[in-house]
Design a protein around this ligand. Structure first.
Ligand code: NAD
Length: 320
């Protein structure tokens, strides 16, 4: 297949583009490099620097069998300060992209959505039938794109898959987890292990969880990449699917710190500070629907494997 991958210089997009190339697909990797890194783009892909909302650019790239749309701003906290930017970049640009794709006859569209659409849920695990209640413009931007996509699918314009990731983590030797700015717990903890940061802050110790720290569901980026290939295939049969992608296992912040200390052999300077407003106590996916519809199986998403791979990819990339 000929596939357009937007956001292909980012963490999840580059890992997925690499898997697509190695599976024999022709990949056009589009990124405006506002947060991604050129060296992330797999060598077997054709790189195009540009904005996913540039309709003329998209039209000039020719016809694709499918588009996987990772491009977006990713930080909920920043979206509370700059909501306009998120609606512009994540929503308006996504619909311009969709319009260009529909005009050129692309049939399948896979979108990076997020568990942020669920907001603060009390009962775990969270399945896809839960109420939608985003707590930030970031989460709202994902929901707005999902809703528009559902209409396009219903009206027969394009087949669509919304994949709601929980916490992407891990890394491959070619693609370490790295964000600009970095806000994700595992890479921050590894920064402390390598001496790039002097301490790690954990926000809140009085959540209603067994050890008082927040619980999240970490999913290995390679397991996420597998799910995207399967989602493209599944759109041959399905017109519109919405699926959680998580490991279905919760790990507390303290458990993550312990795993990083075990894997790296370094005692981290951890400072336990006040809760941050808006952080839900827990977010754990039910992944039954993805297993069923995609025949997907997360293989690498045990916390210890995720941290070990993140550490190996960090050492390989020389960020230490
Ligand atoms: N990392 C996670 O845990 C997580 C969880 C849920 C959802 N997601 C979603 O997955 C996607 C990928 O996340 P990531 O962690 O790889 O982030 P990332 O920042 O590493 O990658 C995003 C990429 O998109 C590019 N980009 C942003 N806006 C663009 C635009 N308008 N045109 C072209 N390129 C643009 C950036 O330069 C970057 O390379 C995002 O849409 C994010 O919201 C991520």
């Amino acid at each position: 297949m000929r596939v357009l991958v937007t956001g292909a210089a980012g963490f999840i997009g580059s890992t997925t583009a690499e898997l697509m190339v190695s599976s024999g697909h022709e990949v056009v990797a589009l990124d405006n490099l506002i947060a991604g890194r050129l060296e992330n783009v797999p060598s077997g892909a054709t790189f195009v620097e540009g904005d996913c909302g540039d309709m003329d650019l998209i039209a000039s790239l020719g016809r694709f069998d499918a588009c996987v749309h990772f491009a977006g701003l990713i930080e909920p906290r920043v979206s509370m300060e700059q909501p306009e930017l998120f609606f512009q970049n994540n929503v308006a640009s996504s619909f311009r992209l969709l319009e260009a794709l529909v005009q050129s006859g692309v049939e399948r569209f896979v979108f990076s959505s997020s568990c942020a659409v669920y907001g603060n849920q009390i009962e775990m695990p969270i399945d896809e039938t839960r109420s939608i209640d985003p707590l930030s413009p970031y989460g709202q931007s994902k929901r707005m794109v999902e809703e528009g996509m559902a209409w396009l699918a219903k009206l027969g314009r394009i087949r669509t898959a919304s994949l709601r990731y929980f916490n992407a983590a891990g890394g491959t030797l070619a693609h370490p987890e790295q964000h600009r700015p970095e806000t994700h717990l595992i890479p921050l903890a590894l920064d402390v292990a390598t001496g790039q940061r002097d301490h790690l802050e954990i926000f809140g110790t009085d959540y209603p969880t067994p050890d008082g720290t927040c619980i999240r569901d970490y999913i290995h980026v390679s397991d996420l990449a597998d799910a995207h290939l399967l989602a493209i295939e599944a759109l041959a049969e399905h017109r519109d699917i919405t699926l959680n992608l998580g490991s279905a296992v919760g790990s507390s912040n303290r458990q993550v710190v312990d795993a990083v200390e075990r894997v790296t052999g370094v005692d981290l300077d951890v400072r336990y500070v006040e809760r941050r407003p808006g952080d839900p106590a827990a977010a754990i996916a039910s992944n039954a629907m993805a297993r069923d519809i995609l025949q997907w199986q997360p293989h690498r998403s045990e916390l210890e494997s995720i941290v070990a791979d993140a550490w190996a990819s960090r050492l390989q990339s020389g960020q230490d």
